[in-house]
Design a protein around this ligand. Structure first.
Ligand code: PEP
Ligand code: MG
Length: 765
């Protein structure tokens, strides 16, 4: 926004004239009806319209409250349902109508008591409060002419001021307002996608509380203009800072979003429109909201999903600007949750979620969100149920509404009826009992019924994930996916940034071990900022130039990571693991690179880790054939069952049609793993499994059965898997395992389930 505003447009001037007069009415001592009567008189006169009428929502219908030009007998008599007639349609669709011949419109509904047959042209705009129509302002004229854009603009600005007037207790009686609100209070069920399982009940809390604009008409236009200048400066500063720090964990904002934000933040058209709205006499907040309303109306007409998404970004930015200008900057977390709450947000960053008081946060509802989003990993660790992809959530819910979240059913009950509440409570009691039982296991050892200790660790990839260690009582991080930082960064993370992350993670883990896996990028995890010739052309990215294959050829990348890891782990033990090792020489080359970097650091008198333990992932099946050759050089081996099974079955792990086709409990997987155990047993190498398979109680039981005693799993799996472990007679299972593997049934899952049932193993549901 430049400092010299252009002269006000004629639209702005005409709105300003009306606003000045409305301001006087607002301040007058007339009663509610008297004020409305004056308002329609002023608008009709200023817009040179024979008719001006105000309809307000009452008892779920739009009632004619005041008119200039229609028959006065119709006031408080003419009523139109939402969606009925032109007025009902404007309120229902929240849209503007401008017609030269009202009666020709298919939705026109003639009301003889009004005498409106004399008038041809019609223009109406919704009166909006908190994104909903609470009334309609319309003008009519005997000439069949469409109203000019300037006039429509003026009407929209005036409607905004009217919304302040009509919700003001001086103007509309309380009963009418309560009735209007009551019309939207019906019970509702919204559907979404389960992202984190669980149930929760609480009142609706918006992550970014909706700001209610209290004053719409400016006392001093120049002062308002300066408030907006300052807010723009501050917002641009924030966005620039966000872009330069684009690190993971910073609110989860990705590069693309930030770039779009930047584009809008510096968009001269946007700031000019706000400036014009200020010219028309609005306060800074109202001017921003006015422009936002206009954008929202346009958005409804846009069919292009991509463009709508962009508009969403603009809406976000607009909210940010209003919060800055009004000084109401905090999120709901900063204000603190006062009672059991369900959090509503468009999207959240993991750090933002962690700011909430876990005792009172009973669930999260996102308009966006996906299973693999980082915030979901954190929510899972916190044990907070989440559903995502709930559209229009802000339009259907008000702050403080009672909400019941049933993530398993993908359902959010809004303002539930008693019957829904009773059914929910009954279901909740059962699920709470189960969760309480699991939480009580947190400090108990993961030890089988017959006394075999199992190392139960968690998988992580974000700084925030480390919190899951304390939450679950896991004994370490068995897989830290370092590529997460690379994937969510706008540029290749510098050594400093990597080092900071690794040190933070080690600090938070304390004396519990953390196994850092070197970057598993490339293939389908391509980094947009890393120019890799030909990689986009790979037909089978999962089997392509990825992970260690890439890292060994881009040595600089691995060297930087090696140094970052070693410096972060100075004075402690560093556990480092290489992904996708296919042949032993790859492991040797990577290890040698680390050894070389260690020597370099020593030469430069840097503080070093007290010990470095090296490990490999077994996820390429062929590696087993030469594993014996690698064992003498390994400290630990971790089986990545996600990749391993996709290669064993030659079935893409991300292919939805193949997701259910092959079972982890198939004898193909179990016999293979038994062979891995036989190969490793007797060596000093610690063997574990870190794929998703280990996070499921039945699969984890089978893994223990073939001899695995270290599992690194998703944090949410720790409770259920520990419950299984503590109820398992491992000796009995191992005694039966050879037979199960030798004579597998055609339904291996059923076979393990039957064994678990017969031996009273706790598998949860
Ligand atoms: C695996 O492949 O099993 C594994 C743990 O690694 P990722 O899921 O990151 O490929
Ligand atoms: Mg893998």
């Amino acid at each position: 926004m430049t400092n010299a505003p252009p002269p006000p447009s004629s639209a702005a001037q005409s709105a300003r004239t009306i606003l000045t007069r409305l301001h006087e009415v607002m301040a007058s001592r007339a009663n509610a009806q008297g004020k409305l009567n004056q308002v329609v008189g002023i608008i009709g006169e200023c817009l040179d319209s024979e008719v001006c009428s105000i309809y307000l929502l009452r008892d779920g219908a739009l009632e004619l409250y005041a008119t200039r030009g229609l028959k006065q007998e119709a006031v408080h008599v003419t009523r139109l349902g939402l969606g009925e007639g032109l007025v009902g349609m404007i309120a229902d669709q929240i849209e503007t109508l401008n017609l030269d011949e009202a009666a020709a419109h298919p939705d026109f509904s003639y009301r003889p008591e009004t005498g409106e047959e004399l008038f041809h042209s019609f223009a109406g705009v919704p009166i909006i409060r908190r994104e909903r129509a609470v009334g309609v302002l319309c003008v009519q004229h005997a000439d069949p002419r469409r109203y000019a854009d300037i006039e429509i603009e003026t009407l929209q600005t005036v409607a905004m001021v009217l919304s302040e007037l009509i919700t003001n207790a001086d103007l509309v009686d309380t009963a009418a307002r309560t009735d209007a609100a009551a019309a939207d209070q019906s019970a509702q069920r919204l559907n979404g996608q389960k992202l984190v399982d669980g149930m929760g009940a609480g009142v609706a809390v918006f992550h970014q509380p909706r700001i209610t604009i209290e004053h719409t008409v400016a006392e001093d236009t120049e002062a308002e203009r300066h408030r907006v200048y300052a807010a723009f400066d501050k917002m641009r500063e924030q966005i620039d800072r966000m872009a330069s720090q684009a690190d993971f964990g910073v609110g989860g904002e990705h590069d693309e979003v930030i770039q779009t934000y930047k584009m809008f933040a510096y968009d001269e058209g946007w700031s000019r429109r706000i400036n014009e709205a200020i010219d028309s006499g609005l306060t800074a907040e109202a001017a921003i909201e006015r422009v936002q309303q206009r954008t929202r109306m346009r958005m409804r007409q846009i069919d292009d999903a991509l463009l709508r998404d962009r508009m969403h970004d603009l809406e976000d930015l607009s909210n940010r600007l209003i919060r800055i200008v009004s000084g109401q900057m905090g999120t709901a977390a900063q204000m603190g949750l006062r009672q059991d709450s369900i959090l509503i947000a468009r999207n959240l960053g993991p750090a933002e979620l962690l700011e909430y008081d876990r005792r009172r946060l009973k669930g999260v509802v996102l308009e966006e969100g996906s299973l693999t989003a980082h915030v979901i990993i954190v929510a899972r660790a916190m044990g907070v149920p989440v559903i995502g992809r709930v559209s229009d959530v802000r339009a259907s819910i008000r702050e403080g509404d009672l909400l019941l979240l049933d993530a398993a059913a993908g359902a959010l009950h809004v303002r539930p009826t008693q019957a829904v509440q009773d059914a929910f409570d009954a279901k909740l009691v059962i699920s709470q009992k189960r969760r309480a039982n699991l939480a009580s296991l947190r400090d108990l050892p993961a030890i089988t019924k017959d006394g075999v200790p199992i190392e139960l660790m968690i998988n992580a990839g974000l700084r925030e994930d480390v919190a899951a260690l304390d939450l679950t009582g896991a004994c370490g991080i068995g897989l830290f996916r370092t590529e997460f930082q690379f994937l969510v960064s706008a540029t290749l993370p510098s050594r400093d940034r990597q080092q900071r992350l690794y040190r933070d993670v080690l600090d938070a883990a304390g004396d519990r071990p953390v196994i850092f896996r070197t970057v598993d990028i490339g293939g389908d995890k391509a980094l947009p900022y890393m120019n890799v010739e030909g990689s986009a052309l790979e037909e089978n990215p999962a089997m392509g130039w990825r992970a260690l294959r890439l890292a060994l050829e881009r040595e600089g990348l691995l060297k930087v990571q090696a140094r970052a890891l070693m410096e972060a782990a100075a004075g402690r033990t560093l556990n480092v693991m290489f992904p996708m090792v296919s042949e032993p020489w790859e492991y040797e080359a990577a290890r040698n690179l680390f050894v070389g970097q260690r020597a370099w650091l020593a030469q430069h008198n840097k503080k070093l880790p007290v010990a470095i333990r090296y490990g490999a992932m077994l996820e390429v099946p062929g590696l087993l054939e030469t594993l014996d050759l690698m064992l003498p050089h390994l400290d630990f081996l971790s089986v990545g069952t996600n990749d391993l099974t996709q290669f064993l079955f030659a079935a893409d792990r991300a292919h939805p049609r193949l997701a259910e086709r092959y079972d982890w409990l198939s004898p193909i997987v179990m016999r293979y793993l038994a062979r891995v155990v036989r190969t490793v047993v007797g060596s000093k190498v610690a063997l574990g499994v870190c794929g998703e398979m280990g996070g499921r109680p039945l699969e984890a039981m089978a893994l223990l059965g073939v001899g695995i005693e270290r599992l690194s799993i998703t944090p949410a799996g720790v409770g259920p898997v520990k419950a299984m472990i503590r109820s398992l007679d491992l000796a009995a299972l191992r005694a039966d395992m050879p037979k199960i593997l030798a004579q597998p049934s055609s339904n291996p899952r059923g076979q393990y389930q039957a064994w678990a049932e017969a031996h009273r193993v706790d598998l949860g549901d």
